[in-house]
Design a protein around this ligand. Sequence first.
Ligand SMILES: C[S@@+](CC[C@H](N)C(=O)[O-])C[C@H]1O[C@@H](n2cnc3c(N)ncnc32)[C@H](O)[C@@H]1O
Length: 344
Amino acid sequence: MQTALADRAGVDFVLALRRRWADTLYPAMGRQYRERLGDRTVTEEADVRALPAYPWFSWLERGSQKMLWRAVMDALDSAPGEPAAEAAEAAVELDPALSLPDWYTDWDIHVQPGGVWSSERAAAVYEHGAKLVMLGENDDYAFHRVFVETALPERQYRRIVDLGCGFGKSAWPLKAAFPDAEVIGIDLAAPCLRLAARRASQRGLDIRWRQACATATGLDAGSVDLITSTMLIHEMPLSALEALFVECARILAPGGVLRFLDFQFTGDFLRDMAMKEHGARNNEPFMPGMMAADMTTLADAAGLVEARWVAFDERGAGRLQTLAWPARSEWHFPWAVLEAEQPA
Ligand SMILES: C[S@@+](CC[C@H](N)C(=O)[O-])C[C@H]1O[C@@H](n2cnc3c(N)ncnc32)[C@H](O)[C@@H]1O
């Protein structure tokens, strides 16, 4: 995106603010927390709420997120428009009869005005905002490449489905890594899928884009070898998650593989509380419920086997062997991969 100087300054300011929030304010809050605890090992939410840095950390999280969307919208409004690419967009399999679930449309997810689904502009705002949310450290989309390279078994896949693909950044590396597989990106948001189709065609990637709920993909039973999702399941309520695992078990072929990248609690009280409250501060109301519930039980109940979570370190080795993360002082998301298999 070409941006005017003033807009670029706005974006840079928000980025710098968010970096300070993560790498300076959060560690300062950690020091205050350890001082307050002293020799005690049992902690309570009241201990955290009493920390001098706590209100600043909380307010800045939500405030800077709102500023982020404002800065991106301003920059997009003054940027030259992109040429339409109808040929690429025509490839999107839209479902005109699909009605978006209330739990999906009732919240401006990530505090983005209008969510990611309400217009073409919303999808474009999401695309640019997604870079800032990753603090500018994912401009080349390395995060999803690391997921594909480290979290997926090396196999010949015939069909791969990426659920909740957004504007496509989680599906592109799947096609790049498994060029012989049919890759299908599924999302509820038609504007995101149209943008995904355009971006994939610019990258020379032949991917199918399909509008559907992840709980009802419309794909044939037993027709998929690998199902992925990244950053999807914390956006779904528990009732929909139950249906999601049932649908995955239905479409997975014998021996098929499921890998969902999302969040798990770390056992560090301060970090876990910050994460739980991130759900409220960032308009992700189902996140704490997903993290507190046992997704492995839902996978088991749907008939999948070997379900377990392992940690994911996006700056280092990617998928780790257990649910334990390397120590990091700054604020960062506790990424984890849910793994499950369809019995052979
Ligand atoms: C946080 S984005 C993640 C996008 C992409 N996977 C990534 O990692 O960049 C979540 C996406 O899931 C989609 N989504 C949410 N609930 C869904 C559902 N039930 N079925 C299909 N897509 C869904 C949203 O529209 C959004 O595009």
